[in-house]
Design a protein around this ligand. Structure first.
Ligand code: ADP
Ligand code: MG
Length: 519
């Protein structure tokens, strides 16, 4: 008699084969279903309440999935799709999640018909190749100028709650921000675009500052609160007497010696202010501490100084003014300093907020987002974040495609005709992929209140005839027409990323046939 062999502890939960698959697919589909209704300009919002009672109202796929406490491991994979989509291109998260959910749903039917998971996975990969081809084929050839970027940014924000500010106005602000910091190759370092939010004014007061906005008050109350044409020093060194060095240790035996020592320290502090003043500095931004006595001397010589600013802020000040970040005051010279058109400290919403307007070629900008309530400000910030993502993607890679479902109809068409060339059962998976992609225009139609089947039929017919057709939503009206005429466009990069990440997540889930969970 052979002894039974136990590999796993008794409390381990194990599901395998069809059961594991079914549960994974169901979990993935549930996640996709959660964001379906938010797709497109007529998408609805979700109100999310977390365990501490914090309320978030949003239309943003990545945010919804991020806030939901999702436990199922397969469902978590879909959340990760949304997260990686957000990180890679900053938009298209709902599209990616819906697509992954549809791919899973269709795969389940195929598996039920006894088609092996491997064939489905291979078919999906084959279809992905055709789909990416189709995206290339839909590229709009026009040069991506400022106007084109504004349409891209606006498409990304339509349907998001942006308070009382029109998405058209916000789109211009976003594009100006991107163009200001883009280098000659149109590349953008996202760290150069900062977003600063504050309630207490309507969203219409949202503005672009060609420099830095930060929450910080002058190091001393008597310092000037506003300086025009400022010469700026950015310092990464503590401003106080040097301490802790062996040679400054001395033994004091008399009152005279004590006085002498104290006045030597005092002279050193005053010397710091005099050195900066002599170098022509008007404004000091210091990432380390400025001691109170030094701050008082700086105020005496009329310098506006900020102490303990964050490293990221010190970087931004340097980028905005052209100043070099200095680790020591020794040998400070004109070339180390930067220039700012103005530096102002203002009271906003009960706090000191400092505005530094850099030079004309400031390499950093701040979107100063206003709104009447935290909810408006937060949702506006998310809309801006999506718009920044697509604008950077479109500007860097220089490729846009028609939106409103047009590219998806073209993809489905291309994939379906490609399926003919695929042999065996894999062909069924290729066709299933095309059906899954149809879900994007179908959902747009559904969310816009159209009959999804009729809309899809019309859309296909028009695509056949004219090559480009989308479900274009313009305020209250919905029309099947060429989205390019209505300036509804998306970056090609967003579409490619959504197709790739959705396929990857779906095929990863399909390959699993065993779930072993430690308890
Ligand atoms: P995602 O998280 O996938 O970006 P969105 O809710 O932002 O989800 O919806 C994006 C989809 O909405 C894209 O397919 C885009 O082309 C489409 N879209 C944007 N503006 C319009 C419009 N005016 N009419 C129709 N579709 C639009
Ligand atoms: Mg979007």
């Amino acid at each position: 008699m052979q002894q039974p062999l136990y590999v796993l502890t008794e409390s381990t939960q194990r599901t395998s084969g069809a059961d594991a698959r079914r549960s994974n697919v169901a979990a993935g589909r549930a996640v996709a279903a959660a964001v379906r209704t938010t797709l497109g300009p007529r998408g609805m919002d979700k109100l999310l309440v977390d365990s501490s009672g914090t309320v978030v109202v949003t239309n943003d796929g990545a945010t919804i999935l991020g806030e939901m406490d999702i436990e199922h491991p397969a469902a978590r994979m879909l959340v990760e799709v949304a997260e990686s989509q957000e990180a890679a291109v900053g938009d298209g998260t709902t599209t990616a999640a819906i697509l992954a959910g549809e791919l899973l749903a269709r795969a389940e039917d195929l598996l039920d018909d006894d088609i092996h998971a491997t064939a489905v996975v291979e078919g999906y990969h084959e279809a992905l190749r055709l789909a990416l081809d189709a995206v290339d084929g839909m590229r709009i050839d026009d040069e991506i100028d400022r106007e084109a970027l504004v349409t891209v940014a606006e498409s990304a924000m339509t349907g998001k709650g942006t308070g009382d500010i029109a998405t058209g106005v916000l789109a211009e602000i976003v594009v100006d921000a991107v163009l200001q910091v883009a280098d000659d190759d149109r590349r953008v370092d996202r760290d150069d675009i900062r977003v600063f939010t504050r309630t207490g004014a309507s969203a219409a007061a949202t503005e672009l500052v060609r420099g830095v906005v930060f929450e910080g008050e002058p190091a001393n109350d008597t310092m000037p609160r506003s300086v025009e044409d400022a010469t700026v020093a950015v310092l990464d060194t503590k401003l106080d007497v040097r301490s802790g060095e062996v040679d400054t240790e001395y033994t004091i035996t008399s009152v005279e010696q004590l006085d002498a020592a104290l006045s030597a320290e005092d002279a050193e502090r005053r010397g710091i202010a005099e050195t900066l003043s002599a170098a022509g500095v008007d404004v000091v931004v210091c990432s380390k501490k400025i001691s109170d006595p030094v701050a008082a001397y700086l105020a005496d010589v009329g310098i506006l100084a900020f102490s303990n600013v964050k490293g990221s802020e010190a970087r931004a000040f340097a980028r905005a003014t052209g100043a070099r970040r200095l680790g020591t005051l020794a040998g400070i010279e004109a070339g180390d300093l930067g220039a700012a058109a103005s530096v102002r400290v203002e009271r906003h919403g009960g706090d000191d907020v400092t505005f530094l307007e850099g030079s004309d070629d400031s390499r950093t900008v701040t979107l100063y987002v206003r709104g009447s309530t935290d909810h408006v400000v937060d949702e506006t910030e998310r809309a801006i974040d999506d718009a920044l993502g697509v604008t950077v993607a479109a500007s860097e890679d220089g490729e846009i495609v028609p939106g409103a479902g047009a590219v998806e109809i073209a993809i489905a068409d291309r994939v379906r005709s490609g399926a003919n060339a695929v042999t065996g059962r894999k062909a069924l998976a290729v066709e299933a992929f095309a059906d899954a992609v149809d879900a994007i225009p179908r959902t747009l139609a559904e969310n816009a209140g159209l009959d999804p089947i009729d809309a899809l039929v019309d859309l296909r017919a028009r695509h056949e005839r004219e090559g480009v057709a989308g479900i274009v939503i313009d305020g209250p009206s919905v029309e099947i027409t060429d989205p390019r005429d209505e300036h509804v466009v998306d970056p090609a990069a967003v579409k490619r990323e959504a197709l790739e990440s959705a396929t990857e997540a779906a095929t990863m889930i399909l390959r699993i046939d065993d779930v072993i969970a430690a308890n």
